[in-house]
Structures are given as C-alpha cells and as structure tokens.
Design a protein around this ligand. Structure first.
Ligand SMILES: NC(=O)c1ccc[n+]([C@@H]2O[C@H](COP(=O)([O-])OP(=O)(O)OC[C@H]3O[C@@H](n4cnc5c(N)ncnc54)[C@H](OP(=O)(O)O)[C@@H]3O)[C@@H](O)[C@H]2O)c1
Length: 285
C-alpha cells in the first residue's frame, strides 16, 4: 500500500506515518516546504507523479484560536488545501481520508453524544471550515471519508510539537501547591492518538461518508478527571481537583460523539476515562 500522509511533521501525521511504516507500507510524507497544499497545481502534479493508493490528509491549521484570528489564511489551508487534495484524489483514483473535528458539533442545539447525521450549526471559524470542507470534498471526490476526530493526547512528546491534554495535566499536577482545575461546563471526548492511529487502516476501508472517530465520554471534563483519579486511588490529586465553573458557563459546550457508525465497521475506542487511566499509568502517574 502506498500512502501520502500530509502534515507528517505534525502531531497526528508524524505518528500515523510512523505506524504505517511499521506495517510495511510505502509512506510518502513530503514536508510543507516540499508540497504546499495551498498550491493546487503543485498538489495535482505531485499526485500524478507519485500516484499513492490513498491519502491521509492531516495538514491543517489545527489551532482553533489561530483560525479565529486568521480566518483567511486558515481558509486557504484548511478548506482550499483540502479541496486541492480531494480533486487530485478524484483524478488519480486515490482514496481520500480527511481529518475533520468534533468541533463541528459546537453550537449544536442538541445535547451529546452527537450522531453524524444531526443538523449542524458550528459556532467558530475552525469548525465552520471543517464542516464546509467535509461537504466540498464529498462533492468533489465522492469516495471521501471524513473522520471527526476528538481532542487528542499522546504519551510521547516530540520537539516543537503543540501541547495537548496530557501535557497540560502533567504540568498542573506537578505543582503540588496548586489546584487542578478543568471546566465542568465542557463535555467532550479526549482520545489517545495511538488508538486513532491504530484504527486508521480500518478507516481506509470505510465506505465514503462522515464518521465520528474518537473516544466517547459520559461526563464533563472535570468529572472525567474526578473519575480517573478516583479509580487510580490518587487521593492526593483528588484533593487538589476543583471545577472550573467559569469556562463555558455562559454557554455550556457539549461536543461528545456517538461512535456507533464506526463501531459497525469494527472501529472501537476506549472511553475517555479508560484511555486516560491507561495513558497516565504508562507515563508513570
Ligand atoms: N490535535 C488534535 O487534538 C485534533 C483534534 C481534532 C481534529 N484535529 C485535526 O487533525 C488534523 C491533524 O492535527 P494535528 O494536531 O496533528 O495538526 P498539527 O500538529 O498542527 O500539524 C499540522 C501539520 O500541517 C502542516 N501544514 C500546515 N500548513 C500546510 C500547508 N500549507 N501545506 C502543507 N502542510 C501544511 C504543518 O507543517 P508545518 O508545521 O511545517 O507548517 C504540520 O505538519 C488536523 O486536520 C486537525 O484539524 C486535531
């Protein structure tokens, strides 16, 4: 199997490319400087020359705050760049996997866990760009699979990569004088990237469509941590846990996903709490 991984210097792309290599696949991972996805002609010519069987498209402006502040630049990368890849996949016959986000459920009138076919009213630039890209790519390349990823963490940290939930938690826990505080008005799944990566070969076999692709969660983030620390019998951390009652209080967020559609194809994730417990044990918590 020959696969193009865009964004292979990024958080997900790096781990995905490495995993595909362990499977013996031919992994093509051009750097941003070698293939800029905002250049449609360059993308098409690269795809014609290399003809991968499939494309895992992780390159993006993944920071929601940056998208909010720089909507035109992020539109060129998140939307136009993805459209260029979808068009090139259509022409060359490659399977296209687009990395979308659970943020598409932000602003939803419905409470979670959300299903893929719900009406959506995303309330931030990043989420709007992800949703419109899902739709555009499906039109341009009808075989597109869009994976709605949750917030991800990793037990490994590489130089120059952005932080994530586990790094923030480790930092908060390390200062024994301080409280550990996460929002109680924010409900979302949080997933170990290793689980996402190991489910990607199965994702490549999915029929075209949109799939929630990450850990489910029955709780808000504060309660999730309470459950995790309690199960780990970490009374020292439990005693320092205090809900952040301000964040999202004006407009409580619930972007949790229901993953039945992916599960019907054998794609399963641990719950957020189970995944976090395993990851915390792995990093020696
Ligand atoms: N991380 C999460 O928790 C999370 C959650 C939900 C969804 N997602 C989605 O999952 C995907 C992967 O996220 P991530 O966290 O791995 O992203 P990331 O760490 O921010 O990496 C983004 C990658 O995109 C590359 N890139 C940016 N602009 C490019 C361009 N014009 N041409 C080619 N490459 C370009 C970057 O290369 P340079 O650094 O060299 O520019 C980098 O390798 C994204 O679509 C993101 O929106 C992520």
């Amino acid at each position: 199997m020959k696969i193009l991984v865009t964004g292979a210097s990024g958080f997900l792309g790096r781990r995905a490319a490495r995993y595909f290599e362990t499977l013996g696949w031919c992994v093509l991972a051009p750097a941003h400087s070698e293939l800029d996805i905002t250049d449609g002609e360059a993308v098409l010519s690269w795809m014609r020359q290399h003809r991968p069987d499939c494309v895992l498209h992780t390159a993006a402006v993944s920071d929601t705050g940056v998208c909010q502040r720089e909507p035109e630049r992020s539109e060129r990368i998140n939307v136009d760049g993805s459209v260029h890849l979808a068009a090139a996949c259509k022409e060359t016959g490659a399977k296209f996997i687009f990395c979308s986000s659970d943020q598409v459920y932000s602003g939803s009138a419905f409470s979670g866990p959300h299903r893929e076919d719900e009406p959506l009213t995303p309330n931030n630039v990043y989420a709007m760009q992800k949703l419109s890209t899902e739709r555009l790519c499906a039109e341009i390349c009808p075989d597109t699979v869009s994976l709605r990823l949750s917030w991800m963490y990793s037990t490994e940290q590489f130089e120059n990569e952005h932080g994530h939930f586990l790094t923030a938690l480790k930092t908060a826990a390390s200062d024994t004088e301080k409280t550990i505080s996460w929002p109680c008005y924010d409900k979302r799944g949080i997933t170990d990237t290793d689980e996402v990566v190991k489910n990607l070969p199965a994702a490549l076999r999915l029929p075209a469509g949109v799939y929630n692709f990450g850990a489910e969660n029955a709780y808000d983030t504060h309660t999730t941590l309470q459950n995790v620390f309690s199960c780990m019998q970490r009374d020292d951390l439990l005693s320092r846990l205090s809900p952040n009652t301000e964040a999202f209080s004006a407009s409580p967020r619930d972007i949790r996903m229901n993953t039945d559609r992916a599960a019907a194809f054998g794609i399963r994730f641990k719950t957020t709490a189970d995944g976090l417990r395993a990851a915390l044990r792995k990093v020696g918590f």
